[in-house]
Design a protein around this ligand. Structure first.
Ligand code: FES
Length: 106
């Protein structure tokens, strides 16, 4: 089972067991980290599942879709490491993926 290394806003990093085929967002929420609101349920329409990917992972992930880029570029805390966690599908290749939950939008 792939594991995700997740740092919530309190800075206390946890390891989350993720199920292949589900999204990173679902895996984080299923682990009880509810500050990742994911208000649109994974429809790439809200950006409340915004995370930062660790630098060593940025180029190892599939590129953002146009819809993901459009949404992310509109958020306050956008960086080159920004991803919508609902758009990242868990697979064995993502074992050890490190993400930090982005600050809440104002
Ligand atoms: S859950 Fe809404 S964009 Fe990801």
């Amino acid at each position: 089972m792939p594991r995700l290394i997740v740092t919530p806003r309190n800075g206390e990093t946890v390891t989350v067991n993720a199920e292949a085929g589900r999204s990173v967002m679902e895996s984080i929420r299923n682990a009880g980290i509810e500050e990742l609101l994911a208000l649109c349920g994974g429809a790439c329409a809200c950006a409340t599942c915004h995370v930062y990917v660790a630098p060593e992972w940025v180029d190892r992930l599939p590129p953002r879709s146009q819809a993901e880029s459009d949404l992310l570029e509109g958020v306050t805390h956008f960086t080159d490491a920004s991803r919508l966690s609902c758009q990242l599908k868990v697979s064995p290749a993502l074992d050890g993926l490190k993400v930090t939950i982005a600050p809440e939008e104002q």
